[in-house]
Design a protein around this ligand. Structure first.
Ligand code: ADP
Ligand code: MG
Length: 352
């Protein structure tokens, strides 16, 4: 028999590759908004507003007062692997920005309709920019705006039928996940004002999250969760070898959050919200010894030398590889055991 057409190995069309990869960087609504908020933080913004239409289904917009984008970058802004943050591979070791792969804007172009309004301190007017699916600049006009950047994405996933259907079907869950993620930034970003609004149906714009941008983790916790919740937390501060420091708060043994596991548990590495399943497991396990009916609230911020971990593990950068995870876990275990052994008595009193 002859060789079948399907046995021929050929390169995939460039635009098809782009669409495939984009769907891995931008998984859902919250990962899309996360990329934009991180860009605003990287641009030094002290005020970031997230404006949703129909919970993000129709559009979402991130408005910041950061540095803005210079006209010389307009053409390459949304091209794949174009970034102002990373030049050479060794730079990955000393990275302090959230972004470094130049994938977010290009991926968002592939998955929705992207427009940008931006102005730097050197321009008197702002520019409104429109990009196509491949990240090419297709239209440009002048507009009025303060210094900073607004990125708008309309109709996310409209060209990925399965994802688009899922997005609509799961919108409540997606929206909840987004709010939880924004809470994570509200907790960790110091001196950054965060506002999130949503406009749905014929209703007026409603504010769903608002912080003043205070200067400490403690103040941010009070803003996000309130004073009464804060008063049920115990500070955790510890210094682990190799320059790793943990600052955080965890529920006192008598006062968990009583909800689902993982609810109100936030972990950060050098200001980046990340998933830390092993730390989460440890926290829950030790807490269970003191209070078996609830889960603890846990907010833990790890400061680690940039050479001691790798964030370039998954496309969404939620996963972290530590060079010495076991000593971090061991130190944390000892600190938490100390807290809960001295807390035990107060929990018993509480129960009576
Ligand atoms: P990365 O963040 O990895 O560099 P992105 O695709 O997210 O990749 O952004 C590409 C580039 O666009 C950034 O490197 C930055 O120079 C610029 N940029 C994106 N968003 C903003 C913003 N809100 N303010 C200023 N510059 C921005
Ligand atoms: Mg980015």
């Amino acid at each position: 028999g002859g060789v079948k057409e399907s046995h021929v190995i050929r390169p995939i069309n460039k635009n098809v590759v782009h669409r495939i990869c984009a769907g891995q960087v931008i998984l859902d609504l919250s990962s899309a908004v996360k990329e934009l908020v991180e860009n605003s933080l990287d641009a030094g913004a002290t005020s970031i507003e997230i404006a949703l239409k129909e919970y993000g289904l129709e559009s979402f917009q991130v408005i910041d007062n950061g540095s803005g984008i210079s006209p010389q970058n307009f053409n390459v802004l949304a091209l794949k692997h174009h970034t102002s943050k990373l030049l050479d591979f060794p730079d990955l070791q000393s990275l302090t920005t959230f972004g470094f792969r130049g994938e977010a804007l290009s991926s968002l172009c592939a998955l929705g309709d992207l427009t940008v309004e931006t102005r730097t301190i050197n321009e008197v007017v702002a520019t409104h920019l429109t990009y196509d699916r491949t990240g090419l600049l297709t239209a440009e006009r002048k507009t009025a705006r303060q210094v900073g950047t607004t990125v708008t994405v309309k109709k996310l996933f409209s060209n990925l039928p399965v994802r688009s259907k899922e997005f609509r079907r799961n919108i409540r869950k997606e929206y909840g996940k987004l709010i939880s993620l924004l809470n994570a930034y509200a907790l960790i970003a110091k001196g950054v004002r965060l506002v999130c609004t949503n406009t749905a149906g014929k209703n007026v714009r409603s504010v769903v999250l608002k912080t003043q941008g205070s200067g400490s983790l403690q103040d941010n916790i009070i803003t996000v969760f309130g004073t009464s919740t804060f008063s049920c937390l115990e500070p955790v501060t510890l210094s682990i070898s190799d320059g790793c420091v943990v600052e955080g708060f965890i529920s006192k043994s008598g006062y968990g959050s009583g909800r689902n596991i993982g609810d109100r548990q936030f972990f950060f590495v050098n200001g980046r919200p990340v998933d830390m399943p092993k730390v989460g497991k440890l926290v829950n396990e030790l807490y269970r010894g003191a209070n078996s009916r609830q889960y603890p609230i846990a907010i833990m911020s790890f400061s680690v030398p940039t050479r001691a971990y790798d964030v370039n593990v998954t496309p969404d950068k939620r996963k972290i590889f530590f060079s010495d995870e076991s000593s971090i876990l061991q130190s944390l275990r000892e600190a938490l055991e100390k807290i809960y052994s001295s807390n035990q008595a107060s929990y018993l009193v509480n129960r009576i």
